[in-house]
Structure formats: C-alpha cells, structure tokens
Write a protein that binds this ligand. Structure first.
Ligand SMILES: *[C@@H]1O[C@H](CO)[C@@H](O)[C@H](O)[C@H]1NC(C)=O
Ligand SMILES: *[C@@H]1O[C@H](CO)[C@@H](O)[C@H](O)[C@H]1NC(C)=O
Length: 213
C-alpha cells in the first residue's frame, strides 16, 4: 500500500505502544448514503517497545508481533469501564479503570497510559508512566491493507495514520505519532446506527511515538 512518510530528521523513537479501546462515531441521519463521522476515541496503551522483533532477548517473532493487535482484539474485553465491554458500547463517566498491565498468552506488557480526545477535540496520548504527552492532528492517513482484520463488528480496520503536534502547547517530549497495524475500529453503517447516537467500535493498533533526542 501507500507508505506513511518517515519521521522528521532529528526525531528519535521514544516508545511503541499497543492500544486497545473504542473509536466513536455519530450519524446525522440513517440514510444508506450517509457515512458516520468520527467523534473521538478512548484506549488504554501498553508498552511493547521491548517486544519489537529483533530486540535482543525480549523481541517477539515477526509473525507474533504482526498478529498481536488482532489477537488482543479478540483475546481480551475492551479494557475500559464500559456498559458492554465485549462490544465496546457505552462508556461510563469514568472510562479509565485503575492502571493494570496486560497479559495475553506468553506476552506481557506494562501499562503505559491513556488515549482520548481532549475538551478541544484533539487526539491526545498521555504516556503516564514515562511522563510523555502528545496532542496531535492528522498529517497523513492511508487505508489499512486489505488483509487487516475487520474487527469484532466486521466493519473494517481504521486507517494507518501519521499524527503531528497540533501546536496547542500541550506536548511533553513527543511530536509525532504513527498508528499502524490496525484491527477493527471502522464505523458501522448509518442505516444501523441511526441519527444522534454514539457508535463505539472496538479496535486495537500499534502507536509509535517520536520526539526530539
Ligand atoms: C522480520 O521483518 C523485518 C522487517 O520486514 C525483516 O527485516 C526481518 O528479516 C524479518 N525477520 C525474520 C526472522 O523473518
Ligand atoms: C465515546 O462514546 C462513549 C459512549 O459509547 C462516551 O461515553 C465517551 O465519552 C465517548 N468518548 C469520546 C472520546 O468520544
């Protein structure tokens, strides 16, 4: 497929996370031609930096790494305080539970932080355990490969993205975020969602975080 552009010169990789959460959508009406608008997302981030293939002693195989988002999507309920964690529907007023590490089969990953949209509607990543933060806007987005997992609701995988500092002054040590190897998260049809309702679709992905040295 089309490749996202490389990080700017001078940036270094700070963390790789796996994220597990929901993508939110809404529709103005239920006409078949209406497409849902993205209105936010909530996810828990786990640190997988040391699991990257090739990392001495701790790296996963390429196949295990590439399948991890998909296996996590089906292997665990959405780790948010939701009314229905299996389908993702209905976040409660306090969606983030107490920090907890992730175990899936033999794979362990430490809690890293939260992904949410802030009061200005900016996608925000708080890497709480390492005191890094990104408040971003979309620079590039390309459709996930045709082989990407379509998710629990069979709606498709959300786009792969390059996100950059939105200039609002909230960032700490991060300027660029990539979202790659997505599983699930695409919207249901507006004919199913109906007008004025929030549709929450479970997803998983890798997030790669870059910042200045
Ligand atoms: C894993 O994937 C990387 C990147 O595509 C490649 O360079 C490497 O050779 C692969 N390793 C194995 C063991 O296949
Ligand atoms: C996502 O939708 C849920 C309802 O399913 C809502 O409680 C939550 O606040 C929404 N979050 C965002 C960031 O849109």
């Amino acid at each position: 497929g089309t490749q996202l552009s490389a990080p700017d010169a001078g940036l270094v990789l700070k963390k790789i996370a796996i994220g597990h959460g929901i993508q939110n959508y809404t529709c103005t009406d239920s006409a078949p031609a209406t497409t849902a608008s993205a209105i936010g997302a909530l996810a828990i981030l786990y640190d997988v930096t040391s699991l990257f293939p090739g990392t001495l002693r701790t790296g996963l195989s390429n196949a295990t790494w590439n399948d991890f988002p998909k296996n996590l999507l089906y292997g665990k309920p959405v780790p948010l305080n939701l009314i229905n964690p299996n389908t993702g529907y209905g976040a409660t007023a306090s969606p983030f539970p107490r920090a907890a590490d992730l175990t899936l089969g033999n794979i362990r990953a430490s809690f890293l932080g939260h992904h949410y949209f802030d009061q200005f509607g900016s996608p925000t990543f708080e890497l709480l355990t390492v005191n890094l933060k990104a408040s971003v806007k979309k620079l590039e987005g390309f459709n996930a490969p045709a082989t990407a997992d379509k998710g629990i609701l069979n709606t498709g995988a959300v786009q792969w993205l390059k996100l950059i500092d939105n200039g609002k002054g909230f960032n700490k040590g991060l300027t660029t975020v990539y979202r790659v190897v997505t599983a699930g998260g695409a919207a249901e049809a507006c004919s199913k969602i109906g007008p004025g309702v929030v549709d929450s679709v479970p997803y998983t992905t890798y997030y790669w975080f870059y910042g200045p040295k």
